[in-house]
Design a protein around this ligand. Structure first.
Ligand code: ADP
Ligand code: MG
Length: 262
């Protein structure tokens, strides 16, 4: 069984991409097969896993809008995860898809196509762009769960309401089974009470689970993308890397629990 998780928040800079790369690498360390899908035209995920988007002739854009077989585009990375890479061309996909029938289902269809061809992953993590446009809606339509990375600062709750409105629309129209797995506190400064208070307020206001543990703010994250590897490889014992390992283990436990309950 594949678990497809969208990592979404229309705010930029909240560590969506970092979380996708790090949780993906942590799941791979646990022996799970993982596909990461870069759905952001800025291609930060692609770049951070050591692939220069400018070297790519075909990318996720061709898969979503031109019917190219995803298996031809997927790349195995040094972090033990497979990647469906993006390039800046994906910026056009948003406009291209806008007038297309079935646009909300493009990501779902691509994942189904892989499964039909016998390519099965334990996990598919979808790195969403910083907007609530077509690509984010398509990711939410393909996912069984959504994880919301959140930097716990004063105004972060405003975006959460809008994102949850989109989730409700997706549930109504395109994906009944979508579940909100919770917020993942990122860039967390546990030394201040402020971060904790903001997190509690958001969790209570929107009745959201908090995925543990919070990811601490550490300088090592800034260095990893330039090395083309996730922080789990560049700073193995860093406390941010450890926190992502614990988050990944908790996600695995959650899936195991759901499977048992049926
Ligand atoms: P998003 O995908 O939401 O835009 P990114 O994952 O690209 O966010 O992260 C934004 C910036 O924050 C990047 O420069 C990244 O290296 C940095 N960053 C992410 N997580 C942490 C962390 N825990 N501590 C310090 N810096 C971080
Ligand atoms: Mg990003």
């Amino acid at each position: 069984m594949t678990t497809t998780l969208a990592i979404a928040n229309q705010k930029g800079g909240v560590a969506k991409t970092t979380s996708v790369a790090s949780i993906g690498a942590a799941l791979a360390e646990l022996g799970h097969s993982v596909l990461l899908v870069d759905l952001d035209p800025q291609a930060c995920l692609t770049f951070s896993l050591g692939i220069d988007p400018e070297d790519l002739e075909i990318s996720v854009h061709h898969v979503l809008t031109k019917g190219v077989d995803p298996a031809e585009v997927i790349i195995a990375t040094d972090d033990g995860v497979d990647l469906l890479p993006a390039t800046i061309e994906l910026a056009r996909a948003e406009a291209d898809l806008l007038t297309r029938t079935g646009r909300e289902h493009v990501v779902k269809t691509v994942l189904e196509q892989l499964a039909e061809n016998g390519v099965a992953y334990d996990w598919v993590l979808l790195d969403c762009p910083p907007s609530l446009g077509v690509l984010t809606v398509a990711a939410l339509t393909a996912a069984s769960g959504v994880l919301i990375p959140l930097q716990c600062e004063t105004l972060s709750h405003r975006g959460v309401g809008q994102l949850l409105d989109t989730v409700h629309d997706v549930r109504r129209f395109t994906n009944r089974g979508l579940e909100v797995w919770g917020v993942l506190p990122t860039l967390y400064d546990g030394r201040t009470n402020h971060a904790r208070t903001v997190l509690e307020t958001i969790a209570e206001t929107y009745e959201l689970e908090v995925v543990e543990p919070p990811i601490p703010k550490t300088i090592k994250f800034a260095e990893a993308p330039a090395a083309g590897r996730s922080i789990l490889a560049t700073s193995r014992s860093n406390k941010g890397a450890q926190a992502y390992r614990e988050v990944a283990a908790n996600l695995v436990t959650r899936v195991a629990g759901t499977a048992k309950r049926g």
